[in-house]
Design a protein around this ligand. Sequence first.
Ligand code: SF4
Length: 322
Amino acid sequence: MEFNDRDIILQAKDVTKIFKTQNNKSLTACDKINIDLKRGRCFGIVGESGCGKSTFVRMVMNLENITSGSIIYKGQDISKFNKNEVWLNRKNIQMIFQDAMSAFNPKMKIIDILTEPLFNFGLLEKKFKYEKAKELLNMVELSEEYLESYPHNLSGGQLQRIGIARAISLEPEILICDEATSALDVSVQSSIIKLLRKLQRERNLSILFICHDLMLVKSFSQELAVMYLGNVVEVIDSEKMQEIALHPYTKALLNAVFTLNTFSENKVKLLSGEVPSHLDVPQGCPFVNRCEYAMEICKKEKPLLKEVAPDHKVACHLISRK
Ligand code: SF4
């Protein structure tokens, strides 16, 4: 499918987050992140824990201030919004969290959890509360018998469905899923993914899907960004990823997953070395101390994310040399 700039619903431009530690050191959690989310599509972000993907989406949700850069939604820089604008924008961008249980007030009944956002925005009259809550439950394929239940009466999968229903109740244009299925069993995980796919199709939702599981991100998203140590190192078409990946880190991730999945007799080529601390990011390429192709230039100069083909960007000196 051909896309143009008008189809981009959310754009991150050079989004950077630097935290100050207690010792007054700088910790760069996200370094000039550039991402385009297209309308009605799912954009995945994958990377090991601590790579900065959750910090990034917290900035998109205005749960974290950005240090520099901009986040453009429908022509407006939402990172500059004041408190009231942030609150109003919650209608447009909603999020579902990994731990649904802790996201809800344990003393509230499901009927109240589901309808609270609508009452907060003055979008529901009391007399329609039961009908609306029932409709939301049906939407996520749960029976109305749960309306009078409390969160602790529901399973993890059922709670995640409540989280989705609550997020969708405001009819947002963008849904952010931050490790939303990671705490669930594999069978429950696949039923939640199926539900998200259905809702995305029916509502033309744009989804940012953040997960550490490469295969899950790859199967759910159309396009994805691979993050390493606060940097996007490759943006790639999810379906063609296996054939066209260029960055050594992306290739190593794919190699590990596919070798394990196919029970190949070839040894899994594990990445050597440890992920450095965010307080000790190498001066040049962030991947330099684990990369088997590292050259002199990689120690000194950070490679920029460059377009190598339509919708395919890579940050690696190997590629820019070709
Ligand atoms: Fe490896 Fe150099 Fe490419 Fe970094 S820039 S991934 S160190 S080859």
